[in-house]
Each structure stands twice: as C-alpha cells, then as structure tokens.
Design a protein around this ligand. Structure first.
Ligand code: IDP
Ligand code: MG
Length: 150
C-alpha cells in the first residue's frame, strides 16, 4: 500500500488544528500508520527541505519549521501521495480551493499548516527521515471493506 509523510507544521500545532487535520485525513478514508509529536532540529529540516536549498525562502522555511513542535505522520492508501496533496490544497493558500485544508484554514504561503510528500519517491525518503521501520504499524482496519472495494 502506498505511504506518504504528512506534517502538521508548527503553525497548525499553535493554532490548535492538529485534530482538524487528522480528522480530515481519517474521514477521507486514509489509514494512519505512524504518528509522532516532536520538534525538528536544523539538520533534519535542512535535509527534509533539501530540494529548496537555493530558494530565497529557504532560511525562513527552516527557521519556521524548527520553531516549535510539529506532528509527523505516515498515512496509507492506494494513491496516498496524490490523495493527501489534493486534501491539502495548493502550496499558496491564496489559490487553494475551498474544501481543502489550506483553502479553508490558511491565508499565507509561509504559514500553510501542512506538509505532504510530492511523489512516492519523496515519500520514502521523507518517511525514513522521521520514522524507524518498526514505528510504522501494519494492522487490520475492521471497516476496510466499506472504504476500499475488496
Ligand atoms: P508544498 O509544501 O506544497 O510541497 P513546496 O514547493 O515543496 O510546497 O515548498 C515547501 C514549503 O516552502 C511550502 O509548503 C511553503 O511553506 C514554503 N514556501 C514555498 N514557496 C514559498 C515562497 O515563495 N515563499 C515563502 N514560503 C514558501
Ligand atoms: Mg513540497
């Protein structure tokens, strides 16, 4: 089953939106596989956002993502990467459709509440940065056949 990394960034924690984000992903039908409340250090943040190292916002982004605790999670579904990206909305909340997390709950690109991996390859790399293999749980969900056609 495809897995993706989701972060409730420090702005989401401070604004009391952890439950809102988790609830939207649960209600969508995604399956939670791992969850951790933690604060990123600079080295992990620079690695996580390594693709953006040459962008002008990189310093601010690393400063922000390390500024307070966040929630890191692994969610599963066939097509989990794309489903989470669609549930989050676009990078800039200003352009994000209503009904998405960023479109409903955010107004600023530097405070867009959530992170979701952008490809299955990124997801594998990012999940390994946050979780040991043994922290990602495989379990049966009793209502699976009402969410996924067997
Ligand atoms: P994504 O989070 O939608 O995948 P990315 O392009 O990977 O977006 O950028 C990572 C994060 O960097 C964004 O979520 C946003 O918080 C921040 N960011 C991206 N572009 C800008 C910008 O132009 N100004 C300020 N922050 C930005
Ligand atoms: Mg990204």
């Amino acid at each position: 089953m495809e897995r993706t990394l989701v972060l409730v960034k420090p702005d989401g924690v401070q604004r009391g939106l952890i439950g809102e984000v988790v609830s939207r992903l649960e209600r969508r039908g995604l399956k939670l596989a791992a969850m951790k409340f933690m604060q990123m250090d600079r080295a992990k943040a620079e690695e996580h956002y390594g693709e953006h190292v040459d962008r002008p916002f990189f310093g601010g982004l690393v400063g922000f993502i390390t500024s307070g605790p966040l929630v890191a999670m692994v969610w599963e579904a066939d097509g989990a990467v794309e489903i989470v990206r669609n549930t989050m909305g676009t990078t800039n909340p200003k352009d994000s459709p209503l009904g998405t997390i960023r479109g409903d709950l955010a107004v600023n690109i530097g405070r867009n509440l959530v992170h979701g991996s952008d490809s299955p390859e990124s997801a594998q790399r990012e999940i390994a940065l946050f979780f040991q293999p043994g922290e990602i749980l495989d379990y049966a969900r009793s209502n699976d056949s009402w969410i996924i056609e067997p």
